[in-house]
Design a protein around this ligand. Structure first.
Ligand code: SF4
Length: 335
C-alpha cells in the first residue's frame, strides 16, 4: 500500500480555509473509476459518432453510469432497450455487459451494422459457458437476477445454465449429474460473498469444477481491495456510482464489511447529505468502474468546501490494463 498526498485539482481546493487537517481528512482509494472495459466501450461510442456521424444507436446503457449516458446522448447517441427499436440498416453498439447470441441473430435479421463493445473479460466468461455446455456440464452461474451481463451469459446455453443469486439461490439448484457441475460468475460481484456462495455450493456438490480462471474481473477485485484499505480508517465512505452499477454497489457493501461506520452510493456530489458528515473526521472516497474522474473531483470539491481539504490518495496496487477498440471499428477507422 502506498499513501501519497493527493493534489486536489486547483478548481476544487479548500474554499473555506477552515480545514483542520488532523481532525478532518479524506482518503481517496486507488485504483478507482474507469476500468479498461468501460474506457473501451465509451471510446467506441465516441469514435463511432465521429466516424459515422449521429445518430448511433446503443443497446442498453453502454456502461451503468447516468452521467456517461447523458453525455453521450448530447453528442448524438440514442439508447434503446431492445434491438427491435433500432431502425433497419442503422449502426448499433452493444454495451460492455455483453449480449446473448439471440441478440446477434436478431441484429443480423434486421440488417443492423453492429459494433460489439462487450468487455473482453465478459466475452471470456461467455466462452467458458459455451465450452462447458458443449461438454455437457450443468453450469451454475453466480450473479444477480435481471443484470444484463447475466442475461447475456445465460443466453449462451440457456438449457444448461442456472442462475444462483446469492446464498438463498443455493438451495434451489437442481443438477442432472452432481459429478458434472461447474460454477461461473458475473464479473462484478463481491469477492468475499462469492467465495461464501461457492463454499455453500460445494457442500452440495463436492465434485463441482472451478472456472479455469477468475471470472470476477481484475477491476472489480482491485477496487474492492482498495476500498478495504481506506474503509478501515474511515468514519464514512462515499462511493461514487450509479444505482444500477453492480460493482459500485458492491463497493458500499465491502466498505461496511471492512469497518467503515457508514457508506453511501452517490451519483455525484449533489446527492451527498450534510448530516452524513456530522462528527466525521475521516471520509473515504472511491468510485465504481464506470465512473468518470470528474465526478470524484466534484465530491472532493464538496468536501473541501466543508473543511475536508487534507486529501491523501491511498494506492493499493498499480493498474495498467488496456483493451483495443472493437475490431469492426478499428477496421473502419483504419480505412
Ligand atoms: S468491470 Fe470488469 S468486466 Fe466490467 S467492463 Fe470493467 S473490466 Fe470489464
Amino acid at each position: 500500500m502506498r499513501a501519497v498526498p493527493y493534489a486536489v485539482p486547483r478548481s476544487i481546493g479548500n474554499m473555506t480555509g477552515a480545514a483542520t487537517p488532523t481532525t478532518r481528512r479524506v482518503l481517496v482509494a486507488k485504483p478507482r473509476g474507469y476500468c479498461a472495459g468501460v474506457d473501451r466501450a465509451v471510446l467506441a461510442v465516441e469514435q463511432a459518432l465521429e466516424r459515422y456521424g449521429a445518430p448511433i444507436y446503443v443497446r442498453k446503457q453502454i456502461v451503468h453510469n447516468t452521467h456517461v449516458v447523458q453525455t453521450l446522448e448530447k453528442r448524438g447517441a440514442i439508447f434503446v432497450e431492445e434491438t427491435a427499436e433500432v431502425p433497419e440498416g442503422s449502426i448499433v453498439v452493444f454495451s460492455a455487459h455483453g449480449v446473448s447470441p439471440a441478440v446477434h441473430e436478431e441484429a443480423a435479421k434486421r440488417s443492423l451494422r453492429t459494433i460489439d463493445a462487450t468487455c473482453p473479460l465478459v466475452t471470456k466468461v461467455h466462452k467458458e459457458a459455451q465450452r462447458f455446455a458443449k461438454d455437457d456440464y450443468d453450469i451454475l452461474l453466480i450473479g444477480h437476477e435481471g443484470h444484463e451481463e447475466v442475461e447475456g451469459t445465460a443466453g449462451e446455453a440457456p438449457e444448461r445454465i442456472q442462475l444462483v443469486d446469492g446464498l438463498d439461490g443455493v438451495r434451489n439448484v437442481q443438477v442432472r449429474d452432481p459429478s458434472r457441475v461447474v460454477w461461473l460468475s458475473q464479473t462484478t460481484l463481491s469477492v468475499d460473498e462469492t467465495i461464501e456462495t461457492v463454499d455453500r455450493l460445494r457442500e452440495r456438490f463436492p465434485d463441482m469444477v472451478n472456472p479455469p480462471s477468475d471470472d470476477i474481473c481484475y477491476a472489480t477485485q482491485n477496487r474492492q481491495v482498495a476500498v478495504k484499505e481506506i474503509a478501515r480508517e474511515a468514519d464514512l465512505v462515499i462511493v461514487v456510482g450509479s444505482d444500477n452499477s453492480s460493482n459500485s454497489k458492491r463497493l458500499v457493501e465491502v466498505a461496511l464489511d471492512a469497518g467503515a461506520a457508514a457508506s453511501y452510493l452517490v451519483d455525484n456530489a449533489g446527492f451527498i447529505r450534510e448530516e452524513w458528515l456530522e462528527g466525521v473526521s475521516t471520509v473515504g472516497v472511491t468510485s465504481g468502474a464506470s465512473v468518470p474522474e470528474e465526478l470524484v473531483e466534484g465530491v472532493l470539491a464538496y468536501l473541501a468546501e466543508r473543511g475536508y481539504g487534507d486529501v491523501t490518495e491511498v494506492e493499493a496496487m498499480a493498474e495498467k490494463v488496456h483493451f483495443a477498440l472493437p475490431h469492426e471499428l478499428r477496421r473502419d477507422l483504419r480505412s
